[in-house]
Design a protein around this ligand. Structure first.
Ligand SMILES: Nc1ncnc2c1ncn2[C@@H]1O[C@H](COP(=O)(O)OP(=O)(O)O)[C@@H](O)[C@H]1O
Ligand SMILES: Cc1ncc(COP(=O)(O)OP(=O)(O)O)c(N)n1
Length: 270
């Protein structure tokens, strides 16, 4: 059957240096042995020193990409990344309501870890009130979780409280990724599931500048594993293991903040 192979979609922006955004998602989909597709909503001009410019695609062209994919493919899971504006978020929400693309992983991209803003201030309410309630699972980082909840996260109790507050926005399952700063020994990612169960995913802190695209890789792995029919719990565990492996064995590309290594999980049989 033509539609038997696991098919997965990223709805995101292009990052031309290949380290993050849609490119990191597609690297991940490929490494997880899924067939990756992409609805492009924006593009950034960036390299390992940072992002210098961004452009959004026309709304009708974004809508057209959803239409042609839905007409032909059996997409079994999707993820969102950079969406940029309130109008782009509304276009994505409408498409997700009109077509069946399976469970949705929302990576609520607001700024990069180097401080480039990828979501307009006016779009924040749309992200929170329109997109997040469609998510099967949301994967905010430490900084995004604070913005979404208004809570200051000073310790792991606060991290847990932020996850529950995001769940209260209408998201069934939430991963709040832990902070990672020089001097730390371990990083703690927190997960709360729809049934109220929880877990901490713990791994060593790596003191490296090669961490571009970690959040994209994490959320793309969840989407790929869901498209393959894995349980959400297993998909999140695999996402954690794949991302940590990719951070632990960096490749040397570019002069400053480099990409992670999407081949590492293969070397480690993950
Ligand atoms: N320096 C680091 N050492 C260990 N784990 C890290 C490091 N940087 C990121 N991670 C891990 O990468 C994953 C993605 O998190 P994060 O980088 O915070 O996401 P985002 O890209 O959305 O900011 C999480 O599992 C997080 O714990
Ligand atoms: C086009 C585009 N989208 C997202 C990012 C940032 O990706 P993310 O993995 O969430 O964050 P970093 O770990 O790279 O900060 C990007 N750079 N470009």
């Amino acid at each position: 059957m033509i539609n038997d192979f696991p098919q997965v979609l990223t709805i995101a922006g292009s990052d031309c240096d290949g380290s993050a955004g849609m490119q990191a998602d597609l690297h991940t989909f490929f490494m997880r042995q899924t067939y990756g597709m992409s609805v492009l909503v924006a593009a950034v001009a960036g390299n390992s020193y940072g992002i210098q410019a961004a452009e959004n695609l026309p709304l009708d062209f974004v809508a057209k990409q959803f239409e042609v994919l839905a007409a032909d493919f059996k997409i079994r899971a999707a993820k969102t990344g950079m969406l940029g504006t309130a109008d782009l978020i509304k276009t994505v929400v409408t498409a997700y309501q009109n077509y069946d693309f399976g469970p949705l992983v929302v990576d609520p991209v607001i700024t990069t870890k180097h401080g480039a803003q990828l979501l307009e201030d006016e779009a924040f309410t749309s992200l929170k009130q329109e997109l997040l309630p469609l998510a099967t699972v949301a994967t905010p980082n430490f900084f995004e979780a604070q913005l979404l909840t208004g809570l200051a996260i000073k310790d792991r109790d606060d991290q847990k409280a932020a996850a529950l507050a995001i769940q209260a926005l209408g998201v069934d399952n939430v991963v709040v990724k832990g902070w990672h700063r020089p001097g730390q020994e371990q990083v703690y990612d927190y997960v709360v599931y729809a049934d109220g169960s929880e877990e901490w995913l713990v791994h060593p802190y790596y003191d490296t500048e090669h961490i571009n695209g970690t959040g994209d890789t994490f959320s793309a792995t969840i989407a790929a594993e869901l498209a393959k029919g894995q349980s959400l719990k297993q998909a999140i565990k695999t996402a954690h293991d794949v991302t940590v492996a990719a951070i632990s064995k960096p490749i040397e590309v570019g002069h400053k903040f480099g990409p992670i290594n999407h081949w590492a999980s293969q070397d480690l049989n993950i």
